[in-house]
Write a new protein. Structure first.
Length: 481
């Protein structure tokens, strides 16, 4: 595996940390063990992408069956592109949709149940971007528990490799990413091993985003020391001359120095949202440009402002060829999963805008590239109120209105088309939580400092996750009109 790793690109030479990781991976795969789990973590730039490439190539040469998985559709597609091997979402792997007939004349409700899996030979399951995997303790989905149940009910000789960045945002409702903690696996009797990639190898003047990510990790460590010192768990912190919150001043100084490297034609810091929209319009490329914000409200403001300038009075509905972001898992005919976080393309409107349950709706012909790389077109119903809303989804009041005005005939087996509508938003601006697992060449980062985040470490995790979405040019935006 080491020779494959160093042969991926001219000039690549594994350091000690990477050598140990590659040796541990190969040893884990060569030897039998029941309920084997190996967790590999590392910060941005530590070499995880090349590790994944080498891992999959080695397994192919060794003729070992492998299943590649990721928590979101976007992350699964990035994984497939990275390894040149088919990848799927955890939802597609784990669940199947089931319709419950509530009662005569009341339509159907879709729920998801765990699929059973049967494989004749031991298989290796690799989950990338695993920081997003929850175990249900924070009120979210129990992806980790369901993965273990499905895999080990099939065979205790299947192996699981978990890969991710421990400094990114954990699942909503969690303070740490459960997938990286031994305590999440040991109650299931797993043979648990862990590899930590400590280095930040790609930081250089050519990668300011990674340089800043490294600074953020240092600030996180300082805040942790300060917190432990305040609780009496750490010695000598008071002598280091660093106080909690000092990182905010250093961050401002970093941005100021960084912004001096821009130009009038292509600035690295925008003082207002208006100038950022103008710059975004000039440089926008589908799938390559995005503005990241903390709140859905600011993301919506940017999306509406950008679309108002680009489409004028036509901004009330999607335009031909425009991209849309899926914000709720949706099964299409044929069992295809349109996963939360994937982008689709609006081809054309079908019929007229109409009202239902107090909301505006359109039917549209849509285009989507599936996990198998095949391009598919399908017709879907879209809610214009959700598209332009500052909320991440339909409100409870709107969902209740839909439920009360179901249009299924008493003896019909058809789904209510409004209950089964696609939930989509415009993709130009997104929250960092929604963007996690993706990467863009040009990232505009809105410098919110939300009052909702009182813990400095939580905010620094958010900032780190945002910065590491950028593969090329990072641009800061002040939250002003």
């Amino acid at each position: 595996m080491l020779s494959i790793f160093e042969g991926l690109q001219p000039g690549i030479h594994a350091d000690d940390s990477q050598r140990k990781a590659l040796e541990a991976l190969e040893d884990f795969l060569r030897h039998d063990q029941e309920k084997g789990v190996l967790v590999m973590t590392g910060p941005a730039g530590s070499g995880k992408t090349f590790m994944m490439k080498a891992l999959v190539r080695w397994m192919r040469q060794a003729d070992l069956p492998v299943v590649l998985l990721a928590p979101t559709g976007r992350a699964a597609k990035v994984l497939a592109q990275t390894t040149r091997c088919r990848a799927n979402t955890l939802h597609r792997q784990l669940y199947r949709p089931v319709e419950d007939d509530l009662m005569k004349g009341r339509g159907f409700r879709v729920r998801f149940e765990l699929k059973s899996m049967e494989k004749d030979e031991p298989c290796v399951f690799v989950v990338d971007e695993a920081s997003m995997m929850g175990n249900g303790s924070g009120g979210g989905e129990s992806l980790l528990i369901d993965l273990l149940q499905q895999i080990h009910e099939s065979s205790s000789w299947h192996k699981i490799i978990i890969v991710g960045d421990p400094f990114q945002l954990p699942p909503v409702g969690e303070t740490e990413s459960p997938a990286f903690l031994p305590s999440s696996w040991k109650p299931w009797g797993c043979d648990f091993r862990k590899i930590e990639l400590a280095g930040r190898y790609r930081q250089s003047a050519l990668s300011p985003a990674l340089n800043l990510a490294g600074c953020i990790l240092d600030w996180m460590q300082w805040e942790k020391h300060c917190k432990e010192g305040a609780l009496g768990h750490s010695e000598g912190i008071g002598n280091l001359g660093y106080k909690s919150g000092d990182w905010w001043t250093e961050f401002g100084e970093w941005i100021k120095a960084y912004a001096e490297g821009g130009s009038e034609e292509d600035p690295l810091l925008h003082a207002t949202m208006h100038t950022a929209i103008l710059d975004f319009e000039q440089h926008y490329e589908p799938g390559q440009s995005v503005l990241l914000a903390y709140s859905n409200a600011w993301a919506s403001k940017f999306n509406n402002g950008y679309r108002s300038r680009r489409f004028g009075n036509r901004m009330a509905r999607p335009s031909t060829g425009e991209s849309l972001l899926v914000v709720r898992n949706q099964y299409l005919s044929g069992g295809h999963l349109l996963a939360n976080g994937e982008e689709i393309r609006f081809v054309k409107r079908v019929g007229k805008t109409h009202q239902h349950a107090g909301m505006s709706w359109i039917n549209g012909l849509l285009e989507w590239i599936g996990m198998d790389g095949e391009e598919r077109t399908f017709e879907g119903k879209l809610c214009l109120d959700l598209l332009q809303s500052g909320q991440p989804s339909l409100s409870p009041v709107q969902q209740q209105a839909l439920w009360q005005q179901r249009v299924v005939e008493p003896d019909s087996m058809e789904k209510d088309p409004y209950m089964a509508a696609l939930w989509v938003k415009y993709p130009y601006a997104q929250t960092v939580h929604k963007a996690q697992g993706g990467a863009w060449s040009r990232v505009y980062l809105l410098l919110e400092r939300p009052h909702a985040v009182q813990d400095p470490i939580s905010y620094l995790r958010w900032l780190y996750t945002a910065v590491t979405r950028c593969s090329d040019r990072l641009i800061f935006v002040q939250p002003r009109p």
